[in-house]
Ligand binder design. Structure first.
Ligand code: ARG
Length: 481
């Protein structure tokens, strides 16, 4: 069933209909389509294009369509798309007056309106999810505040760091993700309604009035741009892709650290899987899937970008293909954030294994250089000396803790009890003094500021959601189910 046809001499070919229909993808937009349609009705009435009675009949008809859809009383399959479904279902309920609904509106502005209403909620949900993940990281960082572990570069032991400090690196990556999502949300949260097909309408519609009804703080400036634009989706997909890349690095570290060769972490049995052939196996599939999701989300960005490339203005049917990558990335993104949060709460650090790795790795060699610098040696000289000493110790099967003055050769006079202190890993961490370092005081500061940040952002999102819920309740007459 469709909203057009009188222009053609023939009926649409059945196979072409099923090739071109989008109902299977856009059906889930119906709450937004109805919400936007009711706002449009109020706009038409305000413009004098609907009588009070017509407006009331349309609004209550649309509300009835919403309830019938919610209760599964409408079969969506015969419709071309969600917009046709809503209008035709309305006509079945209120009769001919339904023909006035599409006055001054096109599916071209309608579809982007639906997508924007949908997407702003989903982005908000995603931000809430990322904040919950940040909170989980902070909790674990506080809980395991004092565990010292090797920090890596090139995946080779580098310098001692606090385990909590390593966790906090993810906190800051996620903070940037939130900033990106908020920026995307700002661009999503703009009303295209009233753009009509591509260049506005001669009818006296007040675009700012309907935007306010729908709790949009802004109206799109240019009608043709508004119906052609899918950048707002691309922005969200970009933010989701970077988030997924971050989570993939987390997944990889859990995989790596839980291998018997590292054993820095154990994973709760409930978050691991077995093998159908090798009975001894305990596999980190959850972390692997978290690592794997990035591919799917990134490919959604690529899919939409390729659809947009070279597309002439304004609306083209190619744009219908924005929905699959959009819904896929949103669903996968929301899902992976929730599971990553739960995984954070189901991994357990193994401090003894970390300690053993620390002792084998000469991780305080840089501290020794810095100590020698404080004793007046130029850094390059100190570096050269300590490198030589490490080579000697490796050859003799000793560690930095076995150092004796003779190991320093001509610089033996610089050797004192200070040396024995600087090579201790806990001391190394405690001695760091720069902003953003792994010093325990810095970790504490980051945790405290992190908590305040999460709370502030949670409040902001809750405020936005409340505004949107209020608009929905006022227009659709009930809470979104
Ligand atoms: N189903 C279409 C889409 O998702 C709706 C807009 C159709 N507009 C049109 N002029 N054919 O893009």
């Amino acid at each position: 069933m469709k909203l057009w046809g009188s222009r053609m001499e023939k009926d649409l070919d059945a196979e072409v209909f099923s090739f071109s229909t989008s109902i299977g993808d856009d059906y889930l937009l119906y709450p937004y389509d109805i919400w936007g349609s009711i706002a449009h009705c109020l706009g038409l009435a305000r413009a004098g294009l609907l009588s009070e009675d017509e407006k009331n009949r349309l609004v209550s008809g649309l509300r009835e369509v919403y309830r019938d859809l919610e209760d599964g009383r409408i079969d969506p399959s015969p419709f071309e798309d969600v917009h046709s479904l809503v209008e035709i279902a309305l006509r079945e309920r209120v009769g001919e007056v339904a023909g006035k609904l599409h006055t001054g509106r096109s599916r071209n502005d309608q579809v982007v309106l639906d997508e924007r209403l949908y997407l702003r909620e989903k982005v908000a949900e995603c931000i809430e999810g990322v904040l919950a993940l940040e909170s989980a990281l902070l909790r674990r960082a506080e809980e395991y505040r004092d565990i010292v572990m090797p920090g890596f570069t090139h995946l080779q032991p580098a310098q001692p760091v606090l385990f909590s400090y390593h966790l906090l690196a993810y906190f800051f990556m996620l903070q940037r993700d939130i900033e990106r999502l908020k920026e995307a949300l700002r661009r999503v949260n703009v009303s295209p309604l009233g753009s009509a097909a591509l260049c506005g309408t001669s009818l006296p519609l007040d675009r700012f009035f309907v935007a306010e009804l729908l709790a949009f703080p802004r109206v799109q400036d240019h009608a043709m741009d508004a119906v052609s634009d899918r950048d707002f989706i691309l922005d969200v997909l970009h933010a989701l892709a970077v988030l997924a890349l971050h989570l993939s690095r987390f997944g990889e570290e859990v995989v790596l650290w839980s291998t018997p060769f590292f054993s820095f972490l154990t994973i709760d049995d409930a978050f691991t899987t077995g093998s159908s052939i090798m009975p001894q196996k305990k596999n980190p599939d959850v972390a692997e899937l978290i690592r794997g999701k990035a591919g799917e989300i990134l490919s959604s960005w690529v899919s939409l970008a390729v659809t947009l490339k070279g597309l002439p203005l304004s609306y083209n049917r190619d744009l219908q293909q924005d929905k699959r990558p959009l819904f896929r990335a949103v669903n996968e993104g929301l899902g992976v954030v929730v599971i990553a949060t739960r995984l954070v709460n189901h991994v357990f650090p193994q401090p003894e294994r970390m300690r053993r790795a620390l002792e084998e790795g000469f991780l305080t060699a840089t501290d020794l250089c810095e100590y020698l610098v404080t004793r007046g040696l130029p850094f390059r000289k100190a570096h050269e000396l300590v490198g030589r000493v490490v080579r000697k110790l490796i050859g003799e099967g000793r560690t930095l803790k076995d150092l004796v003055p003779e190991d320093f050769g001509e610089w033996a006079h610089l050797f004192d009890e200070g040396v024995q202190m600087v090579v201790l890993e806990e001391r190394s961490v405690a001695r760091k003094s720069t902003f953003g370092s792994t010093a325990p005081g810095e970790v504490l500061r980051m945790c405290a500021e992190g908590r305040a940040y999460v709370e502030k952002e949670q409040e902001e999102i809750a405020g936005l959601k409340k505004e949107w819920q209020k608009s929905f309740r006022e227009l659709v007459g009930e809470k979104r189910r």
